[in-house]
Design a protein around this ligand. Structure first.
Ligand SMILES: Nc1nc2c(c(=O)[nH]1)N[C@H]1C(S)=C(S)[C@@H](COP(=O)(O)OP(=O)(O)OC[C@H]3O[C@@H](n4cnc5c(=O)[nH]c(N)nc54)[C@H](O)[C@@H]3O)O[C@H]1N2
Ligand SMILES: Nc1nc2c(c(=O)[nH]1)N[C@H]1C(S)=C(S)[C@@H](COP(=O)(O)OP(=O)(O)OC[C@H]3O[C@@H](n4cnc5c(=O)[nH]c(N)nc54)[C@H](O)[C@@H]3O)O[C@H]1N2
Ligand code: SF4
Ligand SMILES: [Mo]
Length: 906
């Protein structure tokens, strides 16, 4: 690690916080970074632990065999060339990621679109941001985020639509809270079908039906127009298409009464929101996946933008629509042009752009039309149309909808290359060639966050084994391909700085156009200046992004310089469909809307956070949430296992049922994280169909119908200390298997241990003899004692009379305190103690509330039992909970008081 203080950027979410690797080799927040000013959330605070990752991929492998880099590069280039020759460039596909650095993205985009000759390169940003991108382009003529974080401190109203910001962009949410503390008149409205932790902290929560957003905003537009709450001079000067919008929304269907009734929202609360929006001098609307990941995602985003345009709440301090970016460099990827429907640097496939880019790259095979978007790309792979697929920094076998189909596609594809930091992903398992990538801290390059701020991630530690940067791998393959094609190499980059300079120079083709994105002033940045880069947002001239390059007024990069209001066209058809489906749901007790998203403490498919014990403790196994009363009515019992199935196909998964009264009655929620060895087959995307927004191609992950039924469990199992990995992967021994990493201190030696806790279940009996046989095989020198009791038994595995592991099996759902069970492990055999656990006197599992200080629900309840009148501050002073990142404070407040100060409407 570092000898001197090194500044970098957090590799998780799009807030893009600055971090510093300080003199003591600790990773802390960078006090000088404009995004976070030193603060870090729970994931950012656990970065040091994330580096300590087991099972890194260290060497290139072809069909499982370790090879030299030169062999791997030649193998890939050869296959690439032969596929191009035999089947043409359209038989090549790449699927990359918003977690790549800008330099990686640039090289891979250049290879595909300039040298292979296809735009079949898409990215997981398709699943994440593409509806927002499409909406920006439709409204502004370019993919522009027209606000910055500082606006939050100057606004009167913050509306959060379809985002659980308190958990997913915690440092941004902290800025929102600080703005509200500084000015108590600032209002917060949250629009989400779930009462999330974010919604609980709002002044107003509109718990609309899933996908009701377009209708909700049509109601707002109708209200604004009928109340004459418009900014007519602004419309006159800066807006195209207002008259058509007025005609389309000024109809009875969008009157407040109709909208409130259709969305099942209390009319008083609806009117409050409409009034606040109309009357607030400034307003910001933040939106994320509840908007983007929908069949009407682009229209939702445009309708939000419409409301800002007709009220002139855009282009002034404290106002504007704000698409929050998900991944750390999703924005950088958009700037490079790494999506299949972009060519490069905010340019599309018009003739002029194609010419300019072709010339700049000296491209022998420039792509001339858009390529396949993610869902179509994997369909083409499954159909055998794509014969060569390179996947980089993403795990589509888990994160794409209808993930079983994606797995099938990877199985049938001729040649799949995967670059990752680990081979333990569902996608890497299906690769022909595996390339070891250097991870965060081992590589360097630029990232752009939600507010267009470019920060450099810096290297502070050496990559393990033969891991290499992604841009390097691609450039090597590019060079080899150029040789085979007999063309001049376009990939002679010696460093990231070389790549960055070329990229910045390419963006100069925008200089004489209305487009705002232009980094060409950095085309000649020296190695030293690039290395010393300080965070800076574009436009690099420091002007507000919407300001005209040539004067003080606003300029939108459309043909006439005005922004477009866009009339949603998915609204009528879609809302009718939603309504019909929802009514069907309501009439069939076993059909539910499945909503999916994030947990506070995990990152995506868990490759980087699953092994961190305190992050794994807040949701310990694949869990499906239902409203408690709805669950009861459907005779589904908390703690048991349920089967979740798509109504029209057989794909299904199993999860543990938990209850959440923040859900509506027909809605289920599951996190997207469960994957790989942590979840076995229990992955939410198994049961989702590949539905997508017609404009953006972004999958609809947030509301699809599913059938939920009881999983007929015969036996449940829980094991600590026994390694079941060999039974789990790819073909799990039991239909339900999950893994939690825990860390504990053995009482006897005081040493810290990492170990796996396995939870499993079967429709058939789990027998003592099978566990004994497995233990015998796995630990030949051990002794396996069985302690039996009515409906449950405990296998104790001993080596020299010391307990190395226990396996508890029961016909009932298991709810035992891990802490208690762990206290027997690595200790001398204690029969009496174990028997008391067996007779369930041993205490129950308690939920982790504060991940930073590891404070459980039980700790808080015990404390409040002892001193019932404690306030938040006293509780924090006693237990420390919520004293670091603060994201658990709303949960702690729930224990302090039953009555939560928020207006809700269902
Ligand atoms: N802890 C954590 N943070 C992350 C990530 C992570 O993996 N873990 N990932 C990052 C990434 S890549 C992304 S994209 C962001 C995502 O950040 P968010 O979008 O904030 O997170 P999600 O949980 O996916 O979904 C947000 C909310 O949309 C709501 N929703 C569902 N359907 C609808 C609807 O029809 N209308 C409305 N209005 N709301 C709806 C859901 O109930 C959910 O509360 O998070 C980033 N931050
Ligand atoms: N049901 C449902 N599904 C969803 C969503 C949802 O809300 N609901 N959200 C969607 C969204 S918004 C997103 S962004 C996606 C995220 O989904 P993915 O992108 O599939 O998830 P990650 O786990 O982040 O995958 C990143 C992979 O890159 C590897 N990696 C890490 N660092 C590096 C590196 O430096 N180089 C290389 N080559 N590899 C690296 C990691 O080990 C990991 O395997 O999921 C989408 N899927
Ligand atoms: S808010 Fe996002 S960028 Fe900031 S520390 Fe947390 S995960 Fe990292
Ligand atoms: Mo995302």
């Amino acid at each position: 690690m570092a000898k001197e203080c090194i500044k970098s950027a957090c590799p998780y979410c799009g807030v893009g916080c600055g971090v510093e690797i300080n003199h003591k080799n600790q990773i802390v927040g960078d006090q000088t970074h404009p995004a976070n000013k030193g603060a870090l959330c729970v994931k950012g605070s656990a970065l040091a632990e994330s580096l300590d990752m087991p099972s890194r991929l260290l060497y290139p492998r072809i069909k499982g065999d370790q090879v030299e880099w030169s062999n791997a590069i030649e193998n890939i280039a050869d296959k690439l060339y032969r596929t191009m020759e035999e089947y043409g460039p359209q038989a090549i596909g790449m699927y990359v990621s918003g977690q790549l650095l800008t330099e990686d993205y640039y090289v891979v985009n250049k290879l595909m679109k300039g040298f292979v000759g296809t735009a079949n390169i898409d990215t997981n940003s398709r699943l994440c941001m593409s509806s927002a991108v499409a909406a920006h382009v439709r409204a502004f003529g370019e993919d522009i985020v027209p606000v910055s974080y500082d606006d939050i401190a100057h606004t009167d109203l913050i509306v959060i639509v379809g985002a659980n910001t308190a958990w997913t962009h915690p440092i941004l949410f902290r800025r929102i809270q600080q703005a509200r503390e500084a000015n108590p008149n600032v209002k917060l409205v949250v629009i989400d079908p779930r009462k999330t932790i974010t919604a609980e902290q709002a002044d107003l929560h509109l718990q609309i039906d899933n996908d009701g957003d377009v209708l909700l905003f049509n109601g707002l537009l109708n209200y604004l127009i009928s109340q004459k709450a418009l900014n007519n001079p602004f419309i006159e000067q800066y807006v195209n298409g207002y008259d058509e919008l007025e005609t389309s929304v000024l109809i009875d269907d969008y009157s407040m009464e109709t909208v409130s009734q259709k969305l099942s929202v209390n009319p008083v609360l609806l009117e409050t929101f409409y009034q606040w929006f109309a009357q607030s001098p400034t307003a910001m609307t933040l939106f994320c996946q509840g908007v983007n990941q929908s069949e009407s995602g682009t229209d939702k985003a445009n309708n939000i933008i419409n409301a800002h345009l007709i009220t002139g709440k855009i282009g002034q301090s404290g106002s504007g629509p704000f698409s929050i970016t998900g991944q750390p460099n999703a924005m950088g990827g958009r700037e490079v042009g790494g999506l299949a429907n972009q060519l490069a640097v905010h340019r599309g496939f018009d003739e002029h752009s194609i010419k300019q880019v072709e010339q700049f790259w000296q491209a022998p095979n420039i792509a001339t039309s858009p390529g396949l978007k993610a869902i179509d790309l994997f369909n083409a792979v499954e159909q055998g149309e794509i014969k060569f697929l390179w996947i980089m920094a993403t795990n589509p076998a888990v994160s794409m909808p209808n993930s079983s189909q994606v797995k099938r596609a990877l199985e049938v594809c001729d040649y799949v290359v995967v670059s990752d930091i680990t081979s333990h992903t569902d996608t890497a398992q299906l690769a022909d060639v595996l390339l070891p990538a250097s991870g965060w801290g081992e590589k360097q390059g630029m990232v752009t966050n939600s507010e267009r701020c470019l920060t450099r991630q810096r290297q502070f530690t050496a990559p393990p084994g033969q891991a290499k940067s992604d841009w390097w791998m691609v450039a090597q393959v590019g060079k080899a391909l150029c040789q085979k094609l007999g063309v001049e190499s376009g990939f002679e980059f010696q460093s990231e700085a070389d790549v960055f300079r070329e990229y910045a120079a390419l963006s100069g083709i925008n200089r004489d156009t209305p487009l705002k994105f232009d980094l060409s002033s950095l085309s000649n940045i020296t190695d030293e200046d690039y290395a010393a880069w300080q965070p800076q947002s574009w436009p690099l001239n420091g002007q507000p992004v919407l300001q005209d390059k040539h004067g003080p007024s606003l300029y939108f990069p459309t043909p006439n310089g005005k922004a477009n209001v866009v009339i949603p066209n998915t609204i009528n058809a879609y809302n009718d469909k939603v309504k019909v489906e929802l009514d069907e749901c309501k009439s069939q007790p076993k059909t539910w809307w499945l909503n999916s998203g994030r947990q506070r403490d995990q990152w995506h498919t868990m490759t980087r956070t699953g092994h961190i014990s305190h992050l794994a403790a807040s949701e310990v196994e694949p869990t499906l949430y239902l409203h408690p009363i709805a669950a009861q009515q459907a005779q589904l019992t908390e703690g048991t296992l349920v089967n979740v199935r798509h109504p029209n196909h057989d794909n299904q998964f199993i999860a543990r049922l938990a209850v959440d009264s923040g859900l509506t009655h027909q809605q289920a929620f599951m996190s997207m994280h469960w994957a790989g060895k942590f979840s076995g087959q229990s992955q939410v995307n198994t049961s989702l169909a590949s539905l997508a927004d017609p404009h953006s191609g972004q999958p609809a992950f947030k509301s699809q119908p599913v059938i939920i039924s009881s999983f007929p469990t015969s036996h449940y199992g829980l094991s600590i200390g026994v390694d079941f990995s060999s039974l789990n992967y790819l073909a799990p021994r039991w239909p339900y298997m999950s893994l939690q990493h825990v860390e504990f201190t053995a009482a006897r030696s005081n040493a810290l241990y990492q170990q796996g806790v396995w939870r499993f279940a079967d429709v058939n009996a789990i027998t003592k003899s099978e566990i004994q046989a497995f233990v015998q095989q796995q630990y030949p020198n051990s002794q396996c004692l069985i302690l039996d009791q009515d409906s449950s038994w405990l296998a104790v595995i001993l080596v020299s009379n010391v307990v190395i592991g226990v396996v508890f099996v029961s016909t009932q759902p298991i709810d035992l305190s891990l802490d208690l069970l762990q206290s027997f492990i690595r200790e001398k055999f204690n029969l009496g103690g174990l028997l008391s656990v067996l007779s369930a006197k041993g205490g129950h599992a308690s939920k982790l509330v504060c991940s930073c200080f590891r404070v459980t629900e039980q700790d808080i309840l015990d404390q409040l039992d002892h001193s019932p009148n404690m306030g938040l501050r006293e509780l924090q002073n006693t237990l420390s909970c919520g004293k670091n990142c603060g994201s658990c404070i709303p949960e702690i407040k729930r224990y302090l008081s039953q009555s939560i100060d928020v207006v809700t409407i269902k």
